[in-house]
Every structure is written in C-alpha cells, then in structure tokens.
Design a protein around this ligand. Structure first.
Ligand SMILES: CCC(=O)NCCS(=O)(=O)O
Length: 349
C-alpha cells in the first residue's frame, strides 16, 4: 500500500476516482509526430504552401502523415485548450494523455491545460517506439529503465515535479525490437511495484497484441490493469479478437474519427469507419466484454482539431455515443465504457 492506493494520479495531484467522469483513455494534447513522417505519394503530392486551407482538407485527411506541418500538435496549445473547454461542456471529465518519451511529452503544458480547463489530465510515463529511443536509453538495463519509469510516477517527469498517473503509451512495433522488449519488461516491473495502470501501443500485426501480453506477463505485469490500444487497425477477424480478449487486458478502440482509405503505416490494412468500429463494440458487448472496453480518438495530428475542420475531442460524446445507443449498446453499457472501465483501470491498487 502506498499513498497512491485507491487514487488516480493527475497532473494536478491525486484524485478520488469518482471525480473522473467520462474519460477518453487515449489522447494527445501536445506532442510531435515527426518520427512518422511519410513523404507524399508522387502521384498525389500536395504542393500548395498552406495545407490547412479548406480546399486541401480532403487531401490532408487522406494523407495526414505526409504533411510535415501537420505533425506538430505541440504548436496548437491554445486551440487544444479551447477544445478541452468544449469537451467539458459536452460532458467530458477526464483525458489520459499518452505522450511518452520520444514524441515530446510536455508536462508543464499539461499542467497548465488542466488548470485552465478543469479537465482532469493523466500523463503517461515511459517510452514510445524503437525509432525514437535515444542512444543513452538503449544502453540502460531493465532495472535502470524501471527506476526511470517509477521516478516519473513517484516524483515527476522530464525534470519537473509533475507526476505521471499511467505507464504508456509504451511503443512497440512488429517485430518487437530488443530495445522495445526491454522497455516492456521495465514497464511490467514498474507496474508490479506501483500497482498502476499500463497502456500499450502494439505493432501493426494481428499477432502483436498477444505477443506484448506474453512479454508483460512473464515479467510480472498485471494484464487486468493493462489497456491494449489501437485494436481498430490491428485485429479484424472476430474469432481472433475473442481469442485476444480472453487474455484479459482492456480492449481499446481509440481511432474514432479517422476514416482513411490508405493507411500508410500498413497498406494491407483496411482502416475501419466509425460505423464499423461501433459494430465491433456491439459485438464485444454481446460476447460479454462490456467491462473491458475503453474508447478514445487518439488525436495526434493537427488536422483532427476542430480549428482545422476536424472532429475534435468531443466527437465521441457528441456523435459516437448516440450511434452506439442506436446500435443496441445500452446507456448503462455506454457508461461502463466511458466512466466505470476507465475509473477501474486508472485507480492505483
Ligand atoms: C503517437 C500517436 C500514435 O502512436 N498513434 C497511433 C497511430 S496508429 O499506429 O494507430 O496509426
């Protein structure tokens, strides 16, 4: 037992879990995604100087990672502040901010946004995918990495006294690299010490989520307190989804609002539409997994902000929830997905 037991840790301090309210479990409020820039397709190159004009909106939404300017969400703090105020008005209470080391986590900005908007913000500890790992960090042992992660939760991250309340998103690719494996083991060790929530970014392969769970389990992680992100673009077949669900993690559908034809990070993937995501949630609910589902938008590029004609952080509350209700998910089940499941996950043991 520590002083964290039974509490949620936000960037403004400890919180009674009942205060969380509706919670998006996977968002970014400030980050850079330069590491994942993909040069524009030659046959479809966007050439105009201002990619954010309305006439380029469709191009940008189909090619979000091929416009460098689009990858600096960190430049939009004022717009994000306004959108968090709108999120509160729409009935939102909390956001888990998944930016970890490698994609420019900014703890001071998170604290400011929480103060200025009244939205509870839970920040993430640990490291993103291999291509963002520094030389210094690659030299660290699992024990040293564990100490860093534990320190980010107990004392504060990046030289500040602002503390993380969740480990992740811990980044992994496919195949999982040696450095990513080390970080996964460190995350599991830190979770075993702290009794805290963990969230994983799996590689873009159907086998990736289960492989991550096995690594965490072997290292003493608590899978019941772990969220597997991005299932929207990772597991498509219902039988395979149920096999994975049986492993016991939370199942996260967190790309709501992304409706793109060509998914450049894996062209074999047909990115589902929001309607298809909702159908999958209804399927999981029917199969008895209503206590395991969490959802979000994973906003990580500028084009998804309302300022640039995007859906913003309130899309789920405004548009997705009404459609979930129409597709046979009850209000009680919606409340589990938006309130009870995030609360259980985020509360320290
Ligand atoms: C940092 C944001 C992030 O990793 N988002 C996931 C994008 S995707 O892998 O699902 O395309």
């Amino acid at each position: 037992m520590t002083e964290l037991s039974g509490k949620v840790q936000t960037v403004l301090g400890l919180l009674d879990p009942d205060q969380l309210g509706r919670t998006m479990t996977h968002e970014h409020l400030t980050m850079t995604f330069e590491c994942c820039y993909v040069p524009p397709p030659p046959e479809n190159g966007q050439t105009d100087k201002n990619p954010f004009q309305l006439c380029h909106g469709h191009w940008l939404r189909q090619n979000p990672y091929s416009c460098l300017e689009n990858l600096f969400l960190c430049q939009e703090t004022e717009a994000v502040r306004d959108e968090l105020l709108a999120y509160r008005k729409a009935g939102g209470g909390s956001v888990v901010e998944n930016t970890t080391t490698g994609i420019d986590r900014d703890m001071s900005t998170l604290r400011r946004l929480a103060k200025e908007t009244g939205v509870n913000i839970v920040a993430g500890a640990g490291y993103y995918v291999d291509c963002t790992h520094s030389d210094d960090m690659r030299k660290m042992s699992v024990e040293k990495l564990t100490d860093v992660i534990v320190g980010e939760v107990l004392y504060g991250a990046d030289g500040t006294d602002v503390r993380c309340g969740v480990i992740g998103e811990i980044g992994t690719g496919w195949p999982i690299t040696d450095s990513e494996r080390k970080v996964l083991r460190a995350a599991a060790h830190a979770q075993a010490q702290l009794g805290c929530p963990v969230i994983i970014h799996p590689g873009r392969n159907v086998a990736a989520p289960a492989e991550v769970v096995r690594i965490l389990q072997e290292a003493g992680g608590d899978i019941c307190k772990t969220v597997m992100s991005h299932l929207d673009r990772t597991i498509f077949n219902h039988a395979e989804l149920l096999d994975f669900a049986e492993m016991g993690s939370y199942l996260e559908y967190d790309l709501f609002g992304i409706e793109t034809l060509n998914y450049v990070f894996n062209m074999d993937v047909d990115m589902p539409s929001d309607s298809q995501r909702i159908n999958t949630l209804a399927f999981l609910v029917k199969e008895g997994y209503e206590d395991k589902i969490v959802i979000a938008h994973d906003i990580h590029t500028k084009d998804r902000l309302c300022k640039y004609g995007g859906h913003g952080y309130s899309h789920i509350l405004r548009n997705i929830v009404p459609k979930m209700l129409k597709r046979g998910i009850s209000q009680m089940q919606v409340d589990k997905i938006l309130i009870d499941n995030p609360k259980r996950w985020l509360t320290f043991k």
